[in-house]
Design a protein around this ligand. Sequence first.
Ligand code: ZN
Length: 285
Amino acid sequence: VTGFTGAGLDRADHLRQDPAALAAALGHPAARLLVLDGADPPAADRLAWGAMSLPAGSFPVLLGLQGGAPRFVAAGLLVAPGPPDWPRILSLPPAEMAIYAAARALVLWHARHRFCANCGQPTAPFRAGWGRCCPACAAEHFPRVDPVAIMLVEHTGPLGPRILLARQPRFPAGRYSVLAGFVEPGESVEEAVAREVMEEAGVAVTAVRYHSSQPWPFPANLMIACTAQAADDRLTLDRTELEDAFWADAAAVRAALAGAADAPFRAPPPHAIARDLLEWWVARQ
Ligand SMILES: [Zn+2]
């Protein structure tokens, strides 16, 4: 299963704008509040759910219904998180990882969007925490989702099919991954893929196809995975973005995915859609 998907919650949008139904959900005997340590899970291995006692100064965000039982997270307390506690987060079962990720994204969005971007006045949560509205100018603000295109670029030549892998200076030693970049205003996903590959690697691509997607709410990304074909394998790297790049054949990718000691690179980690793309590709070779 793709990382951070499969929460299995009914998001129950119909409750968000129905004050009576929302009050009933808040008072439901099975309603529970997600326990957080700052913005992190309080412990490894599983999420914790507590009674509906909201901390002073917080408000409930309706995460959804789990088997009919309302699930909330408290937001509105000023949170200044450090980096995510990855060991705790990645120890959660996949469905709980997805629930946590949505909760974290909402809590941090509220913390960072307390004032109206239109008029500067304080805003107030509405829609059960899935938005904020401005009492002064009536502007409505919604949680951010920033689309990122992430692309498996394939070249087929005399050396057989190979894919483009690159590393950024901030990556762990030996780690290589596929290219990725933000989709910009006025651009389709396909256009963003072609632009990004040209900017970073100097390679023209065609046949851009959607593959799959993954929420990556750290803080607010949606990863949109695509495949694309390169006509030419000559690379011209943008050294401000990339430290190195190369074309990897199936044997190299298989060795890296297996964690082989003599693999030519270290593969992306299991919860990343980049790894899903590599696994999908080698399975077809
Ligand atoms: Zn306003």
